[in-house]
Design a protein around this ligand. Structure first.
Ligand code: ASP
Ligand code: MG
Length: 406
């Protein structure tokens, strides 16, 4: 007998029939004699709808109230799924994130899990229950409900798997795994059989939506392999784990793209020690994660500093940055929300020259202008005009022969 931890995404529980289908899948796992813990997302577009409602009533809803509202989406799906299982004759119980012991900090809308106190889950398993946990949410020390960031039911699932020491965490979604690129943009894109944690983390943090990046981080930290597969087909899916042999061949594993990019430039910054800290410390204090950062070499001790953030945080960023820009004597602070980014990722490019050149020449052949470039050891990212992002993904998929297979 093993412990199986699964997660079902919003499209897998979008209506009563689909919930019943998920219940059947869970029942089959239980029938094999396993203990089963399941995390669910909210049904379909529920979270978007709840956000829409909130903003109809208040342009700046309070974080605590908004999170309490959003958490209800997952409460609905988890209780319905439990009822479906009970109707099939199975013993099951739903738990909210708080009841399941997901303890978080108090950063509403993007709270971080501090610890998982899984006593209650264990107790319910011992009673023979299938345990259905509402994803995407936790509770603070003060018993306020928090949410963990969009798409974060994955993170709930992996955190539970880690705390229960499960052998694997299974993430079921509406696609067949992690693809070489978004198949809606590149029809030749194919699902990968396996991928390393670092590669997956780079893809997920640069726009590949199939997995929440913090879920991958937790998986890597606690050595929990994560299987990403479809809840609609019997296809094998993609295993994210640490044992993937380092690519010996000259290979990019996948292409990520992201349209949720806003560029901020602090223009005419005096170039002296402490300036970057003066800008980025307050952003960090406001829990704003800054992505690409580029600072030009200065001319006459004046430089420009450019960075990107997600579009939803731009207003907040400008509020934080504008007074600081004045204080440090910068000329002005400008923003641009018409950019997107495209990244190539693969451990195969570690210490291998030539990838950047191939990427830039493929983009230039299509007449795609590169605004900013950043790299990690296993990733190269270009910021380009949002209207050219899809073209960029297609041309790079071809240039790196990702349709060919391993
Ligand atoms: N329901 C939440 C969202 O839409 C969390 C999730 O789906 O994982 O972002
Ligand atoms: Mg999701």
């Amino acid at each position: 007998m093993a412990l199986v931890v699964q997660k079902y995404g919003g499209s897998s529980v979008a209506d009563a029939d689909k919930i019943r289908n998920v219940a059947r899948r869970i029942a089959a796992v239980k029938d094999k004699g396993n203990d089963v813990v399941v995390t669910v997302s909210a049904m379909g577009n529920t979270t978007d709808e709840l956000i829409g409602l909130a903003y109809q009533l208040n342009e700046q809803p309070d974080g605590r109230e908004l999170d309490a509202l959003l958490s209800t989406g997952e409460v609905v799906s988890s209780t319905l799924l439990t009822m479906a299982l009970e109707a099939m004759g199975y013993e099951a119980i739903s738990l909210t994130g708080g009841q399941a012991g997901i303890r978080t900090d108090a950063t509403y809308r993007r709270a971080r899990i501090l610890k998982v106190e899984s006593k209650r889950v264990v107790k319910e398993l011992e009673k023979g229950n299938i345990v259905i946990v509402a994803g995407f949410q936790g509770i603070t020390e003060d018993m306020n409900v928090t949410t963990l960031g969009r798409g974060a039911s994955d993170t709930t699932a992996v955190a539970l798997a880690a705390s229960l020491e499960a052998e694997v965490c299974e993430i079921y979604t509406d696609v067949e795994g992690v693809y070489t690129a978004d198949p809606r943009i590149v029809p030749e894109a194919r699902p990968l059989a396996e991928i390393g944690y670092e590669e997956m983390l780079e893809l997920a943090s640069h726009g590949t939506k199939v997995m929440h990046s913090r879920a991958v981080e937790i998986g890597e930290l606690h050595h929990i392999p994560i299987l990403v597969a479809s809840s609609f087909t019997g296809k094998p899916g993609t295993l994210i784990h640490g044992g993937v042999s380092m690519e010996v061949r000259n290979k990019v594993r996948g292409i990520a793209h992201d349209l949720d990019v806003a560029k901020v430039t602090v223009v005419g910054v005096p170039d002296r020690p402490g300036i970057a800290a003066a800008i980025f410390e307050p952003l960090a204090a406001a829990s704003i994660s800054v992505d690409t950062i580029v600072q030009n070499a200065s001319i006459d001790n004046i430089t420009d500093l450019t960075f990107t953030v997600s579009r939803g945080q731009l207003d907040e960023v400008m509020e934080v940055i504008s007074p600081i820009a004045k204080e440090i004597g910068a000329r002005e602070c400008v923003s641009d929300s018409t950019q997107g980014k495209v990244s190539i990722v693969g451990t195969g490019m570690l210490n291998m020259p030539g990838f950047a050149a191939r990427m830039f020449s493929a983009l230039s052949e299509k007449g795609i202008n590169i605004q900013l470039i950043t790299t990690s050891e296993i990733r190269i990212t270009c910021i380009v005009d949002e209207g050219r992002v899809k073209d960029a993904v297609r041309v790079l998929h071809q240039a790196f022969e990702l349709d060919v297979g391993d």
